[in-house]
Design a protein around this ligand. Structure first.
Ligand SMILES: *Cc1c(COP(=O)(O)O)cnc(C)c1O
Length: 389
């Protein structure tokens, strides 16, 4: 067994591995499994053996679940085939017809689509709230409010929610708190110490870390673990062993990767902030960010994902800038080793808040390339923008 350790970088390397149980091999074996054989009729009836069915748990799922639960600071974890499935599975596990859910207006857009399409169809009342209201979420609580759903910072626009204040108000009103903790990864935010009951990770992003697999994690505190475990099982959720293996491999290097994503992200954000073409940079680790103090209080670091808003310019200039990039790919899933950029406009999918910026929003993911090459590429992009009519 691994030694008792308390420091996170060490736990990332050791948790969920047991070389002694696997002939000394460093990495856990990958079990491809459906049928599990039972030694006797008695065993079939009793179902007391540790593994009973491939969908339920295998040593492969278990090793990643143990590592994630430990690092994120929750009681236990279940895996899903995507981050979105982790969101939908947790909400379907706890909500009943007639319940009310309060969702931060700046959540990951497919979460919003699920709430509007599926939860509404099931007779669950969905309402959105301004993520900056903090404790004032109390005024929106109803007797049937079952879940307050949070994400910090907000998707694409990076508003910092005050999670402890929001959670305290939710609990006082009898609701539970779910947080999408993908941005910080389990390394840079401990949602359970902030009062969260269930935490979601799109492991697709930084845990897998190489843009080559889809995976989600649901981690719960002890109080909500039974209902999450049961919902996950009843909904038939499970993840593929080879994808879990890629996440097991990814999580071992999470600390070194994330520290470099953070350094490159902050350097790019600062560089952009000094550019005349840029109206604002949205990065919680910059002192200019309105949520900087909350970020400093609640988070241990920043990932490589942030946005900026350009000063208004004609559309062809934006195309000239983005289409000419070679290091910054244009694509949506992030958290891999490579840099990305996507244009965004949150106006069509915000209802409780207003987006008043006229300029183009650009979301960046700072990859692990040399920072000087990334800055050169951005500088060339601005040259193309400025040279276009
Ligand atoms: C990508 C993402 C998800 C969904 O993860 P998938 O694995 O792509 O389904 C959920 N939340 C956030 C914040 C994300 O960025």
């Amino acid at each position: 067994m691994t030694k008792k350790t308390t420091r996170q970088a060490t736990r990332l390397v050791t948790k969920g591995r047991d070389p002694e149980a696997n002939h000394g091999f460093v990495n856990p074996p990958v079990f491809h499994a459906s049928t599990v054989l039972y030694p006797s009729v008695e065993a079939v009836k009793a179902r007391t053996q540790k593994y009973v069915y491939g969908r339920r748990t295998t040593p492969t799922t278990e090793s990643l679940e143990l590592a994630v639960a430990d690092i994120e600071g929750g009681y236990a974890t279940r895996l899903t085939p995507s981050g979105l499935a982790a969101i939908t599975t947790s909400l379907l596990s706890v909500l009943n017809a007639g319940d009310h859910i309060l969702v931060a207006d700046t959540v990951y857009r497919p979460c919003r689509n699920f709430c509007d399409a599926v939860l509404s169809r099931l007779g669950i009342e969905v309402a959105y709230y301004d993520p900056l209201i903090g404790a004032d979420v109390a005024a929106l609580m109803k007797p049937n409010t079952r879940v307050v759903y949070t994400e910090a910072p907000g998707s694409q626009t990076f508003e910092m929610q005050d999670i402890p204040a929001t959670a305290a108000a939710a609990h006082a009103g009898g609701a539970m708190v779910v947080m999408d903790n993908t941005w910080a990864s389990p390394l840079f935010c401990d949602p359970f110490s902030l009062g969260v009951d269930v935490s979601i990770q799109a492991a697709t992003k930084y845990i897998v870390g190489h843009s080559d697999a889809m995976l989600g994690c649901i981690t719960a505190n002890e109080e909500y673990w039974p209902v999450i475990k049961k919902g996950h099982e009843d909904l038939g959720q499970c993840a593929g062993p080879d994808d879990i293996y890629l996440a097991q491999r990814g999580i071992r290097t999470l600390a070194v990767r994330l520290n470099q994503h953070m350094a490159n992200g902050i350097a790019l954000a600062q560089w952009l902030e000094a550019r005349p073409e840029v109206e604002r940079v949205l990065h919680p680790a910059l002192p200019s960010h309105p949520g900087h103090d909350i970020w400093k209080r609640d988070f241990k670091g920043a990932s490589g994902l942030f946005s900026c808003i350009l000063k208004p310019v004609a559309e062809p200039r934006i195309h000239a800038m983005l289409d000419g990039f070679t290091l910054f790919g244009m694509g949506f899933s992030w958290g891999g080793y490579e840099s990305l950029v996507v244009p965004f406009d949150p106006r069509p999918y915000r209802t409780a808040t207003q987006w008043s910026h006229e300029g183009q929003g650009l979301r960046f993911h700072a990859g692990l390339e040399d920072i000087e090459d990334l800055k050169d590429e951005l500088a060339e992009g601005f040259e193309r923008l400025n040279a276009t009519a």
